[in-house]
Design a protein around this ligand. Structure first.
Ligand SMILES: [Ca+2]
Ligand SMILES: [Ca+2]
Length: 475
């Protein structure tokens, strides 16, 4: 495909997702009264914070991580740079610019970053995940790789690039590519479903349920890695205790994912993940080895609510290419109810966002996912009652959600509501400062609940400092 064919425009509807509210508890809010905007349902939690823009002008910051050097490490997706930012002064230092990054779309470029657990204690390694063009000629072959750099504290530069795992398929949409270290010393990496069976790519079969064949693994053909969480050794090889699927061992750790942009381990040693839903059912999951998270046959819970899988590429007798994609699914497109799916290893989400009944009419209310992105597990005693909680960034909602892991039945609370798209989060070791990076472009929700393309803090690093929790009995 020529490099110039794809444009950002095919993503505008997905990027325009609006926020409604959280979890199945929000169902009652779907039918709005004449004066109630259902998108403007923000929590009013008691904790107070001050807000400060630490630095701005980043070119689509995608990952923010607190480093043991006291700096925030940020990847710029379209800027193709790893930048270190001093949180006190906002001064930024470019650690490396990666010319090899190939970026033309909304979900490619320089993405994930993970610091070695022994960083500045003997293993000064930084792992990044990014897209590159594997075709040496004018054609385009978008692939993803994980590369290791070595940090030199004297020059404050990243050098000695070493490719760890290359040739991972990376589609035109739904790129995921978050990477984290596990307490087991392995690297975990998320892969999106390429946006297949959706919008401009509706005639491309979705492969999130496909599992690698032995011959593919032997040939190092990673085509079965779409819509998966991967687990790898630090040299890129397949850990010998990875799960087997149909007898085949690969990098695949779990499957059935849509666009898992959030990935983090908690203090309990468990892996948590967030993924951006299609129209409904953003998910926060607890990821376990060998499990199936349902997509694209099950979205959110297996509850036969609004979401029903429609397999456009299997349309017959009318071929998919003759169909126009839309909410009205033609009768030639096979549909599968969630209750008709039998996945022995299906694992339901820990929490869903905007789970709505089958009577939900998006024409009246609009598309309303929170558009979940980066996720962190808060495990500090600094804010009373928070540990342990999941913090997850909402892009279209313009909030940070907190999900208590101690009281998992509690509805998520919203914090830091702004007319911004929060892409990723980091927590300082003192537990009092929470950092967010924001998208440079895109649509989000105003405080009153209207969709807007005007962002207040585009491409910024924002600091929220905890200042206390006034008691509710105060006058
Ligand atoms: Ca799922
Ligand atoms: Ca469902």
């Amino acid at each position: 495909m020529p490099k110039s064919v794809m444009t950002r425009s095919v993503f505008t509807r997905a990027a325009g997702s609006a926020a409604l509210m959280m979890g199945s508890l929000a169902v009652a809010q779907v039918a709005p009264g004449p004066s109630v905007n259902p998108r403007a349902v923000w929590s009013n939690p008691p904790e107070t914070f001050t807000t400060r823009v630490v630095a701005s002008g980043f070119e689509d910051p995608w990952e923010v991580t607190w480093g043991p050097d006291g700096f925030l490490w940020i990847t710029e997706r379209t800027g193709k740079r790893v930048v270190r930012v001093d949180p006190a002064s906002g001064i930024r230092k470019v650690a490396v610019s990666i010319d090899d990054v190939y970026q033309t779309l909304a979900q490619d470029g320089l993405l994930g970053l993970a610091l070695h657990p022994q960083f500045l204690r003997g293993s000064n390694y930084v792992y990044v995940m990014y897209t590159y063009d594997a075709d040496p000629g004018p054609a385009e072959e978008r692939r993803a790789k994980i590369r290791r750099y070595t940090y030199d504290p004297a020059s404050q530069q990243l050098g000695e690039p070493l490719d760890v795992l290359t040739n991972l398929p990376h589609g035109p949409d739904h790129g995921a590519s978050r990477i984290v270290f596990g307490p087991d010393g392995k690297l975990y990496a998320s892969r999106g479903d390429h946006g297949s069976n959706f919008l401009a790519y509706y005639c491309v079969a979705n492969r999130a349920q496909e599992l690698p064949a032995a011959a593919d693994v032997a040939a190092r053909d990673w085509k079965g890695y779409e819509g998966k969480i991967l687990r790898l050794n630090l040299d890129g090889s397949i850990p010998d205790d990875n799960p087997r699927f149909n007898g085949v061992q690969s990098h695949v750790f779990s499957y059935g994912h849509r666009n898992p942009q959030g990935l983090a381990f908690g203090p309990d040693g468990r892996l948590y993940e967030s993924e951006h839903g299609q129209d409904t059912d953003d998910e926060v999951n607890r990821i376990e080895a060998g499990r199936n998270y349902g997509w694209p046959l099950i979205a959110g819970y297996k509850d036969d609510q609004y979401y029903t899988y429609a397999n456009w590429s299997a349309s017959a007798p009318t071929p998919c290419a003759s169909l126009e994609y839309g909410r009205d699914v033609p009768s030639s497109v096979p549909r599968t109810k969630e209750s008709d799916v039998s996945f022995p290893d299906f694992t339901p989400p820990l929490k869903t966002f905007f789970t709505v009944p089958s009577t939900y009419d998006p024409r009246k209310l609009g598309n309303a996912t929170a558009a979940l992105a980066g996720l962190d597990v808060y495990a500090s005693p600094a804010i009373a009652g928070w540990s342990p909680s999941i913090l997850v960034a909402g892009m279209a909602s313009g909030v940070v959600y907190r999900i208590s892991l101690g009281a998992s039945s509690a509805a998520p609370l919203t914090y830091f509501k702004a007319q911004d798209r929060y892409r990723d989060l980091a927590v300082a070791p003192d537990g009092r400062r929470i950092y967010a990076v924001t998208d440079a472009h895109g649509r989000t929700t105003t405080v009153s609940g209207e969709m807007t393309a005007t962002l207040v803090h585009p491409g910024a690093l924002i600091e929220f400092t905890y200042t206390g929790t006034p008691t509710s009995s105060s006058p």
